[in-house]
Design a protein around this ligand. Structure first.
Ligand SMILES: *[C@@H]1O[C@H](CO)[C@@H](O)[C@H](O)[C@H]1NC(C)=O
Length: 284
């Protein structure tokens, strides 16, 4: 599908005074956000039923195929919006690994990871916080609202702010699925010298590994990826993750160019449920 066919319109969320459940909920009666259980000072709250769902908008995990479809629309609308508003962004972590295999989200991955540079995060915070973007596409004939929410702690550059490692989120207000947007910040006092970018989640990169970004596609949409994507992936996941075709109860089918779920015997022939992934955070 061409992204040019997506219709978007930005509505500033002026009525939203606070990002808590009561102000943003659309249809749920009960807050599943998990904010009560989180330590004070943590801005984003993951739901009480799954770490990759926002409990202000949803109260259940989608089934395998529903989730796959929702994530596809999530990433397409995100990339289209950021291209429209002129904010440079690139794939990272599991999403970059998915790109490596077949330019798609890996079916067991329930979140999407992207990065932006620090000036972009300031720009998003100043102009787009709590903006709702409405998309109507062939896959979303009813239309769907996506919320861009910026963590006020984005101004804290220190990696010790471990409760707020995610600087912003692109949130599907229908399903609660979201994209984690993290900021890469130059660290002028880094012991390795100049040109090191660091993220609050502990990842650090030489800027020559990231830039110049390469242009490619992901889930059918134009996207950017780090210049030395292979080195970045090997450092994060190990060389085997780039060649091992048996992963997370799936096999990579070279002909279909697709991760195919292994046959799992479940009642009623349901497709396998997505496995919550354990996030690997290693420093390049
Ligand atoms: C974005 O808006 C929400 C809701 O008003 C607010 O809680 C949050 O602090 C804002 N973020 C920034 C970066 O201003």
């Amino acid at each position: 599908m061409r992204l040019g066919s997506l219709i978007s319109c930005a509505l500033l969320g002026t009525a939203l005074a606070d990002a808590d459940f009561a102000s943003v909920r659309r249809r749920l009666r009960k807050d599943m956000s998990g904010r009560m259980g989180d330590p004070p000072g943590k801005y984003f709250h993951e739901s009480i039923f799954h770490p990759h769902y926002d409990g202000r908008f949803a109260d259940r995990v989608l089934d395998y195929n529903e989730q796959k479809r929702a994530l596809k629309s999530l990433v397409q609308t995100y990339l289209s919006t950021f291209a429209d508003i002129g904010v440079e962004t690139w794939l990272m972590h599991g999403s970059l690994l998915g790109w490596w295999w077949n330019r798609q989200i890996m079916p067991w991955d329930s979140d999407i990871d992207v990065q932006v540079l620090e000036p972009s995060m300031y720009y998003l915070a100043a102009y787009y916080n709590m903006s709702v973007f409405h998309y109507k596409t062939p896959r979303l004939p009813e239309g769907r609202d996506y919320l861009l929410e910026v963590n006020p702690n984005y101004v804290v550059r220190d990696q010790s702010d471990w409760l707020n490692v995610i600087d912003a989120r692109w949130i599907d207000t229908e399903t609660g699925l979201f994209i984690d947007i993290t900021t890469a910040r130059y660290d002028p006092s880094h012991p390795a010298g100049e040109g090191v970018l660091s993220c609050k989640d502990g990842h650090e990169y030489r800027d020559t590994y990231l830039f110049p970004l390469r242009e490619t596609t992901f889930e059918g949409a134009p996207v950017k990826i780090p210049y030395r994507f292979r080195d970045i992936l090997e450092a994060e996941y190990g060389a085997s993750a780039l060649v091992n075709t048996d992963f997370h109860e799936h096999n990579f089918d070279d002909v279909k160019m697709e991760w195919v779920p292994k046959m799992v015997k479940t009642k009623g022939g349901q497709p396998p449920q997505p496995v919550p992934d354990t996030e690997k955070k290693l420093v390049v």
